[in-house]
Write a protein that binds this ligand. Structure first.
Ligand code: NAD
Length: 302
């Protein structure tokens, strides 16, 4: 069993760190929110005793924070790296910027430490159930070593390549996911205007070639139900789309459709909807009608 530093106890980090504690690892946790830390230590009393131990006692330090800028600030300016031991394995599981991750990896290597970027897909439900898909960038030896922890948090790990490549793959995955959400929502609204119940069109998509994670796991559950409660906000999705677009620009790839998709998500953030759940796009992309009805409302009027 390892001593693991875990920084970032938000929607994703809290259940991920919880699974590691439940698997018998010793957790040293940190978050800006003292409430999140207190809740974690109450839920996982075995971690409470370890909190006085410094970062030098951690074999592995995991970050699950919103952005690259925050990861760098916490690790480098927040003196986590300064307090850690030689050979510590840093694993950044946040969705972050691949070129900045390459630079962070190089800085850590210079200090005699190790770095793996290992972002995740699968949402809050996947984090709670240990069913995340993990995509890792780093040396084979470091990714291999990290796998015993990934197996506690996820159902699969794909070693994508060198440091930064996990973050590149994650941004590209979310670009596809963001486009899928947008186009599925547009299809539902066109169908609805033609008189096809969105529930019925979703059934058609799921039985046909238009099916996707959006149609299978988001439309009925979070959009038509009106719960808009997937736990992944528009702001974070837009951040990932922007990372993918920056990568395309850096590499000279035109990516015309991706630019349209990015514009759509950015506009929504500019209009102040960043904190809303990303499944709320179902309501936001139908502004030509006055309201979007939930399943119950449609049934009541049927
Ligand atoms: P979140 O906003 O719920 O949690 C972030 C946590 O980081 C919060 O508890 C916050 O207090 C903490 N934090 C922020 N700044 C800090 C600092 N300087 N020091 C210490 N703690 C700090 O975000 P989340 O949904 O858990 O997402 C975390 C990362 O995982 C993001 O990069 C996100 O894009 C990615 N992600 C999220 C989902 C999802 O469904 N929510 C899915 C896959 C990947």
């Amino acid at each position: 069993m390892s001593t693991i530093g875990f920084i970032g106890l938000g929607n994703m980090g809290f259940p991920m760190a919880g699974r590691l504690a439940e698997a018998g690892h010793t957790l040293i946790v940190q978050d800006l929110s003292t409430e999140a830390v207190e809740k974690f230590l109450t839920t996982h009393p075995t971690a409470a005793a370890a909190q006085k131990a410094g970062w030098q006692n951690a074999d592995v330090i995991i970050t699950m924070l919103p952005t690259s800028a925050i990861v760098e600030a916490v690790l480098l300016k927040g003196r986590v790296v300064a307090g850690a031991s030689l050979n510590t394995l840093f694993i950044d599981m946040s969705s972050a910027e691949p070129t900045r991750s390459q630079q962070l990896g190089a800085v850590l290597e210079e200090k005699g430490m190790r770095y793996v970027d290992a972002p995740v897909s699968g949402g809050v439900r996947g984090a709670v159930n240990g069913q995340l898909a993990i995509m890792a960038g780093g040396s084979s030896a470091d990714v291999h070593e990290a796998k015993r922890l990934f197996e506690v948090m996820g159902k699969s790990t794909i070693h994508v390549g060198a440091p930064g490549s996990g973050h590149a793959a994650k941004a590209l995955n979310n670009l596809v996911s963001a486009a899928s959400v947008a186009v599925t929502v547009e299809a539902l609204h066109i169908g609805e205007r033609f008189g096809i119940d969105p529930q019925t069109l979703t059934e058609v998509l799921n039985a046909s070639s238009g099916r996707s994670n959006t149609s299978e796991n988001k439309v009925a559950q979070f959009m038509l139900s009106g719960s808009f409660g997937s736990g992944f906000p528009i702001g974070l999705m837009t951040k990932d789309v922007n990372i993918a677009l920056a990568l395309a620009e850096e590499l000279g790839v035109e990516a015309e459709l991706s630019h349209h998709c990015a514009e759509l998500w950015r506009k929504t953030v500019e209009e102040g909807f960043g904190p809303e759940d990303h499944t709320k796009m179902y309501a936001l992309l139908d502004r030509s009608t006055s309201t979007v009805s939930t399943t119950e409302e449609r049934q009541a009027h049927a």
